[in-house]
Design a protein around this ligand. Structure first.
Ligand SMILES: *Cc1c(COP(=O)(O)O)cnc(C)c1O
Length: 326
């Protein structure tokens, strides 16, 4: 095995930095979900996290390690939403200026929240321009430090703290499932599960329309796709990050895909049975289990509900069955 870009030690140190800053979110169980699947399911409730998703973990862990000079100048990023809010909040908590390059068509709730946390928003067209290039230019012009949404070691280590809390709370698992966009969450959680629960299989779930992660693992190299049209707007990344990919190719058993219909079905289950507002991307992992994409019978399965930021009008339309992909 090649050396991994982050270690469990990095995750443990991130966890110390996050102590008292982010919520230790609860782990829920559901007798109905267990009965349906024949498994023992443990849901890590990151939709109840500060700012509504796990992304505050990685963002705070990254900015907290800035040099005084970097703190003085500020941070810049690009994001379809949750990472933007996470950078905005983490920067405010640490007293750092934040600039966010955001797609012009990002959900209004996410744009408002990013501004509400005090960040400056610069809009771009995500079907025509590359967010990373826009942010890189802002970084050069203003001397800002770019913290990308997933391809960054401190971000990955921060995201891994979600799995650390989950396994600390419920003990070893047979299987851990997380959503996949650029692979920051899955890679951090994979390094963590490998250390804390060595026999645990680690599997990612992404939207069928954007199965670049699955194809990348099969090809042994990062596959790039066009921006996928899917209801899972927080998993519309076009490719896995280089650093996450180095972890995923070594530690994960595979990446599954679910259709938009299966995502919405899972969202309905989570709303109706578990009384939780979880955004479409946040339902990827539970959707894979409910749609029988993987055999979980008799197993102890960790599922990350990764976020809950969704416009209420859009959420209602999705539940009613009338919404189109983002
Ligand atoms: C960002 C995000 C993901 C995907 O995380 P990656 O680190 O990009 O793989 C999944 N769910 C939610 C709610 C997110 O905000």
């Amino acid at each position: 095995m090649n050396e991994l870009p982050i270690s469990f030690d990095d995750v443990a140190r991130a966890h110390e930095r996050l102590h008292g800053v982010v919520h230790r979110t609860p782990v829920w169980t559901s007798a109905t979900a267990d009965a349906l699947t024949g498994a023992r399911l443990f849901f890590k409730c990151e939709h109840l996290q500060r700012m509504g998703a796990f992304k505050i973990r990685g963002a705070y862990n990254a900015i907290a390690q800035f040099t005084p000079q970097q703190r003085n100048a500020g941070v810049v990023t690009f994001s379809s939403g949750n990472h933007a809010q996470a950078i905005a909040l983490a920067a405010r908590l640490l007293g750092v200026r934040a600039v966010v390059a955001m797609p012009a068509d990002a959900p209004q709730a996410k744009r408002d929240a990013t501004r509400g946390y005090g960040a400056e928003v610069r809009s771009y067209d995500r079907y025509a321009e590359d967010g990373q290039a826009v942010a890189s230019q802002l970084a050069r012009e203003d001397g800002l430090t770019l913290i990308p949404p997933f391809d960054h070691l401190h971000v990955m280590a921060g995201q891994g703290t979600a799995a650390k809390e989950l396994i600390e709370d419920v003990g070893e698992l047979d299987l851990l499932l997380t959503p996949v966009g650029g692979g920051g969450l899955l890679s951090g959680c994979a390094v963590t599960a490998r250390a804390m629960s060595p026999a645990c299989r680690i599997v990612g779930v992404e939207p069928e329309a954007g199965n670049d992660g699955q194809r990348s693992l099969a090809a042994g190299a990062i596959v790039r796709i066009e921006t996928p049209r899917t209801v899972a707007d927080a998993a519309q990344s076009r490719y896995l990050g280089e650093h996450p990919f180095q972890v995923l190719r070594q530690l994960v058993q595979g990446i599954l895909t679910v259709t938009d219909g299966e995502i919405v079905e899972a969202m309905r289950f989570v709303a109706g049975r578990m009384k939780a507002v979880v955004e479409p991307t946040g339902c990827l992992a539970v959707a894979a289990v409910l749609a029988n994409k993987i055999d979980v019978r008799g197993q102890r399965v960790g599922i990350v509900l990764s976020g809950g930021n969704v416009d209420m009008a859009r959420y209602a339309a999705l539940l009613a069955g009338g919404a189109q992909p983002a």
